[in-house]
Ligand binder design. Structure first.
Ligand code: ZN
Length: 75
């Protein structure tokens, strides 16, 4: 799970701490992978871009998505 960008790596780590699963994308070059919560909420899913134009903003969106899960796991 080593994304080239530090901000994205931290956001993925944040998701992991909250019980989110990461799935590496196959094939689609601009999509690095997907993270989703383990409850299967249809809205709890976000695509991780390989080279986001604004990595800090993308990382913020990932964290916000994790925070919005109605049944959070962990701290
Ligand atoms: Zn959820």
């Amino acid at each position: 799970m080593a994304h080239p960008n530090k901000h994205i790596r931290e956001a993925l780590e944040y998701g992991k701490l909250h019980g989110w699963r990461f799935e590496k994308a196959g094939g689609r070059a601009h999509i690095y992978g997907t993270i989703y919560c383990r409850h299967g909420h249809s809205d709890c899913l976000i695509f991780i871009h390989s080279t986001p134009r604004n990595p800090e903003d993308h990382a913020r969106r990932i964290r916000r998505k994790v925070d919005r899960c109605p049944n959070p796991i962990g701290a």
